[in-house]
Design a protein around this ligand. Structure first.
Ligand code: SF4
Ligand code: SF4
Length: 392
């Protein structure tokens, strides 16, 4: 076991966990009552689900991603975390796709409301990437820090152990570097690790970000990292920065989008967009929902459910008299402009962390980076726009 004292809370310490000791992490987390959720293979994709030990992880699998394309490939080594962003984010564990909010039961001439009890499960999230950590912090702003705090989210979020993993290569649709959200994990984690697979050695360079993280690390056999270990891990993350599949320039993007609400490009996108809402379902920060009330046939019991919704559905913007965004172009414009412009006014951040999921999982391959670059270029090439700018 480690030679450091348990009371030592020096978070700057960097340690090495060898691959053959990695499974201690599961034992230590489980003993402390955590239900470990992490990446696993399921029907040709890597999804997040219950993980009992490292054999449940996608050993040796990597992914290939592009607009509307995702496939898994077996690589030559047995890396645990060799893949990039997964189809599903951490959002479903914090903000459930379908959640009952309360039940009501008839009691004579009145109804009694029974609020939904929070689910009593402590999660440990294993393999949270930097972009997804930023996405969780955005959800925190929406569900905890806003004036309309969400009690279910707040409860679920209150005791989560976050084991983050630095990306050691970038996916084909990643653009976290442009969004300043990765690939290196910098905050919001309990422990962070970088996986290193060398010819004859497989290990993890790990450090803690909280006392809770240090407590867990302490119970796993480790050695202190040497200069070679630390430099190798840093080199892998630096290399990842040079491999980004996509890029956008966010300078002035908010005003650029507000200026271009009538760009012909929106109509062009609308010819391709199916309004299937996939992009909002896979997005780690899209949080919109709808409410549905159901009753039993006797009318003695009723329930209120919250379900994920999307700005791509007609019903989402239905108000008295009809939908205020009936056209496809208005719905796509709403989504993209909210993500990259209005979100800043509303929450002080972008609503996008550059994970690339909406690009990979769009069935017709619509690429948000391509659309932004196109709108920006058409603005620069349009003399009337230049004139408008000059006259401002
Ligand atoms: S942009 Fe793609 S994923 Fe999003 S609604 Fe349109 S077709 Fe579906
Ligand atoms: S908008 Fe697309 S790239 Fe940005 S966070 Fe959502 S899914 Fe990821």
């Amino acid at each position: 076991m480690s030679d450091l004292k348990k009371t030592d809370q020096d978070f700057t310490k960097v340690v090495v966990i060898e691959r053959n000791n990695f499974d201690f992490l599961f034992d230590v987390l489980t003993k402390r009552g955590y239900h470990v959720i992490g990446p696993t293979l399921n029907e040709g994709a890597i999804i997040y689900d219950t993980i009992r030990n490292s054999n449940d992880l996608p050993l040796g699998w990597i992914d290939e991603q592009n607009s509307g394309k995702y496939r898994l490939l077996k690589q030559g080594n047995q890396a645990l975390f060799g893949f990039n962003s997964t189809p599903q984010s951490w959002k479903p564990f914090l903000h459930k796709p379908r959640a009952r909010l309360w039940q009501s039961k008839r009691d004579g001439n009145k109804f009694t409301i029974i609020p939904e009890a929070p689910e009593n499960r402590k999660f440990a999230f294993l393999c949270v990437r930097s972009c997804d950590l930023y996405a969780i912090s955005i959800l925190d702003k929406v569900f905890i820090d806003s004036p309309f705090s969400d009690s279910q989210y707040r409860f679920q979020r209150s005791d989560i152990f976050i084991a983050a993993v630095n990306c050691t290569h970038a996916g084909g649709t990643c653009f976290c570097l442009s969004m300043n959200t990765g690939p290196e994990v910098t905050e919001g984690y309990d422990i962070v690790m970088t996986e290193v697979v060398e010819n004859d050695r497989h290990y993890f360079v790990v450090s803690a970000g909280t006392p809770k993280g240090w407590e867990i690390l302490h119970d796993i056999p480790y050695t202190e990292a040497n200069t070679h270990d630390i430099e190798t891990a840093a080199r892998l993350v630096d290399k990842t920065k040079t491999e980004m599949g996509r890029a956008i320039d966010t300078t002035g993007i908010k005003q650029m989008l507000y200026n271009n609400s009538e760009s012909p490009r929106w109509q062009e996108i609308a010819r391709r967009c199916l309004t299937c809402a996939n992009c909002t379902m896979v997005c780690p920060t899209c949080f919109c929902s709808t409410i549905e009330d159901v009753t039993d046939l006797t009318g003695d019991e009723a329930e209120r459910w919250r379900k994920w919704d999307s700005c791509f559905t007609m019903d989402f913007s239905y108000i008295h008299g009809g939908s205020i965004r009936p056209s496809v172009f208005s719905r796509y414009r709403q989504w993209l402009t909210h993500k990259f412009a209005a979100w800043q006014d509303q929450f002080g951040t972008f609503g996008c962390v550059g994970c690339g999921r909406c690009i990979t999982w769009c069935p017709v391959g619509i690429d948000v980076t391509e659309e932004i670059n196109s709108i920006k270029n058409s603005e620069q090439n349009n003399p009337s726009n230049i004139l408008i700018k000059e006259n401002r």
